[in-house]
Design a protein around this ligand. Structure first.
Ligand code: HEM
Length: 313
């Protein structure tokens, strides 16, 4: 008993030390221009391609859900070949450019994992969403796992129960999950990811189904990569229209719509709240992004600061 409470105390101390090593001022002395350099890179990329905001936000999500926010998603091969990633994730070149700009100012100082976390926040801000303060000091992994990515990344075919389980496994509750799904207020999805919904689900607005079918034929293999906006109303603006749309059966992915129509009481109220109150969504989204960004970071002396984000040093 005494020894088990001693280990609890020890664990708490270790946790305190770990979190003390992440801080919002982490690079203030070692690389004072880091955050501005990242922001400039994001703003430039988003102004030439508005969808890039969505793509950078998703990169951070796919990073954090697989062995924590350690930039494993950026390593060539491995995770990048997982089902949900290959032929789908975008923005690697933008991150590479930002990293090279940051390296020019301060060598081997700012991790790729931190660049992803800041770039995700700046992307959201660039398209009209809320801001939040990012804790810094994550370090980069020297490994990535395709198998783990296939296991941990949620697929669009999942039920609400399975989605809840996946998010709970990362320490994220129902409100976090619904708020984070609101990231689908921006960005695009490929036909192969919503075809089944168009042709065999009933909880879909008929007009939306008809218009999406025009560029997403029923036959598997035809038009698989044709794109449609995840938020039909304001596809490139970060707002709460995604939630208003769910209430109208206008979610594009199965995993979007089930949060409202097949949730069995688990998440409908949260969606009602976000659909009727933009600030409530913004606040919950910012809070959930902070939580997601803190999933299992590598803290010094673990990990490394990669010189090039796509390969270990
Ligand atoms: C709830 C579970 C989730 C599932 C099943 C899911 C699934 C998907 C799928 C299938 C796509 C389209 C990919 C393609 O067709 O190439 C997509 C796009 C996207 N996802 Fe999610 N997602 C989920 C949660 C999230 C979260 C938590 C975030 C961020 C916080 C996010 C951000 C995005 C963004 C921004 C896009 C558009 C990317 C672009 O246009 O490049 N998603 N998601």
């Amino acid at each position: 008993m005494a020894s088990s409470s001693l280990s609890v105390v020890l664990l708490l101390c270790l946790a305190a030390v770990a979190s003390a090593q992440m801080s919002t001022t982490f690079y203030d002395a070692s690389c004072p221009g880091a955050q501005a350099t990242i922001k400039n890179g994001v703003v430039a990329a988003v102004s030439s391609d508005p969808r890039m905001a969505a793509s950078l936000l998703r990169l951070h999500f796919h990073d954090c859900f697989v062995q924590g926010c350690d930039a494993s998603v950026l390593l060539a091969g491995n995770e990048r070949n997982a089902f949900g990633n290959v032929g789908s994730l975008r923005g690697f070149d933008v991150i590479d450019q930002i990293k090279s700009n940051v390296e020019q100012a301060c060598k081997r100082t700012v991790s790729c994992a931190d660049i992803l976390a800041v770039a995700a926040r700046d992307s959201v801000v660039a398209v009209g969403g809320p801001s939040w303060t990012v804790s810094l000091g994550r370090r980069d992994s020297d490994t990535a796992s395709e198998t783990l990515a296939n296991h941990d990344l949620p697929a669009p075919s999942l039920s609400v129960t399975d989605l809840i389980t996946r998010f709970a496994a990362k320490g994220l509750n129902h409100t976090d999950m619904v708020a984070l799904s609101g990231a689908h207020t921006i960005g695009r999805a490929q036909c192969k990811n919503f075809r089944t919904r168009l042709y065999s689900e009933e909880n879909i607005d008929p007009a939306l189904a008809t218009s999406r079918k025009a560029t997403c034929p029923q036959l598997t293999g035809s038009g698989d990569s044709n794109l449609a906006p995840l938020d039909d109303t304001t596809p490139d603006m970060f707002d709460n229209a995604y939630f208003v749309n769910l209430k109208l059966n206008k979610g594009l992915l199965h995993s979007d719509q089930v949060l409202y129509t097949l949730a069995g009481g688990a998440t409908e109220d949260i969606i009602d709240g976000f659909a009727s109150n933009q600030d409530a969504f913004n606040n919950a989204f910012a809070a959930a992004m902070v939580k997601m960004g803190n999933i299992s970071p590598l803290i010094f002396p673990q990990g490394q600061v990669r010189r090039i984000c796509s390969r270990a040093n």
